[in-house]
Ligand binder design. Structure first.
Ligand code: UT7
Length: 330
């Protein structure tokens, strides 16, 4: 029987100052504020400044999370960045964050890619490592500069995404049954071609032709992703609830991946849990991939939406198609 548990000691988030509204976007691609709001619920998104990288956003959010936890960078011995937009293909963005933040050189630092499910994948991985006793305190980061991989001429994708970072500081408590009480991950790799970047990887290194064709930007089959997303989030939520003998109405707050308000509304219907139990900020950030769940978690905590004793459900899906859920008791 577990005698200790992995708990959240602090949370932090950051989004760049520049806000791109739907109206502004409709001046560069053929779209409208009304179309984007109706189809996605998104009103605006944050866009990184020139020269502002994924690691910079991660560092700002990390400072907030460490301050919230009343800890410093010197207390961290494990640092994981979930991202699909690393500063460079190599080395890991986690190493840039470590250096900029002043995390000790004894710390283990690595990146993890599970697209929009990345933060939940990282929670699962890091909580297991902490409970193994090999590490004491971890920074778990979801950070993305999606503006760098979006085709700004493709109206069907560019309106969806935004930049930002969210994170948690994790530690171990002697009190059993609190903190991360469960995680559940999955993937359906048959769907890789629904959301991907065709070129620029090791199978197709960049050429002048591939760059001219825009093959280094994200491609998405939106309708198919939408349907699979609803099913994956619903099933992942049901599975983890069943595994822990919980009913949906025992969840104080669901923090879903913020991809599309209609996806969240569909999951709310399937789970028969009213929308006031779902935290929503997709209107202000768009989809920030692996940053979306930790940004929402930080906002929900700081808005007083989570009380001691509450159970929170995190649930996400992403390219891959990956999916995952986590239960946290506060
Ligand atoms: O983290 C995972 C990331 N991805 C997602 O979560 C995406 C999931 N999918 C979606 O959110 C939705 O599929 C979208 C919001 C992307 C699109 O909504 P939809 O209701 O599935 O629209 P659609 O793609 O079927 O497009 C309907 C029409 C098309 O025109 P025709 O072919 O019917 O004449 C599109 O060309 O809307 C057109 N369209 C637009 N019109 C105005 C597509 N994008 C736009 C746009 N403005 N931005």
């Amino acid at each position: 029987m577990a005698t200790s548990s992995c708990i959240i000691l602090g949370t932090g988030a950051y989004a760049p100052a520049r806000i791109l509204t739907n109206d502004e976007l409709s001046k560069t691609v053929e779209t409208s504020d009304e179309w984007i709001i109706t189809r996605s619920g998104i009103r605006e998104r944050h866009i990184a400044a020139p020269g502002e990288n994924t690691s910079d956003m991660a560092v700002t959010a990390a400072k907030a999370a460490l301050a919230d936890a009343k800890l410093t960078a010197a207390d961290i011995d494990l640092l994981v960045v979930a991202t699909i937009t690393p500063d460079l293909l190599m080395p890991a963005t986690a190493c840039f964050v470590q250096h900029k933040l002043g995390v000790p050189t004894q710390a283990a630092c690595f990146d993890l890619n599970a697209a929009c499910s990345g933060f939940i994948y990282a929670l699962d991985t890091v909580s297991a490592l902490l409970l193994s006793g090999r590490y004491k305190r971890a920074l778990v980061i979801g950070a993305e500069k999606l503006s760098a991989i979006v085709d700004w001429q493709d109206r069907a994708t560019c309106m969806l995404f935004g930049d930002g970072a969210g994170e948690v500081v994790l530690g171990v408590s002697d009190q059993p049954g609190v903190g991360i009480i469960g995680t559940k991950l999955g993937a359906a790799g048959a769907n890789v071609d629904l959301l991907y970047i065709p070129k620029g990887g090791s199978n197709a290194p960049a050429t002048p032709e591939s760059i001219a064709a825009g093959d280094h930007f994200m491609k998405m089959k939106g309708k198919e992703v939408f349907k699979l997303a609803v099913r994956a989030m619903d099933e992942s939520a049901r599975d983890i609830l069943e595994q822990h003998g919980l009913r949906a109405d025992q969840i104080g707050l669901v923090i879903p991946h913020q991809a599309n308000l209609r996806i969240i509304e569909a999951v709310s219907q399937y789970l028969e849990l009213p929308m006031d139990r779902f935290f929503v900020n997709v209107d202000r950030y768009g989809n920030t991939s692996s940053a979306s769940v930790p940004i929402a978690l930080d906002e929900a905590r700081k808005a007083g939406r989570i009380k001691p004793g509450d159970i929170t459900l995190l649930v996400a899906f992403g390219a891959g198609l990956t999916y995952g859920s986590a239960l946290i008791r506060w």
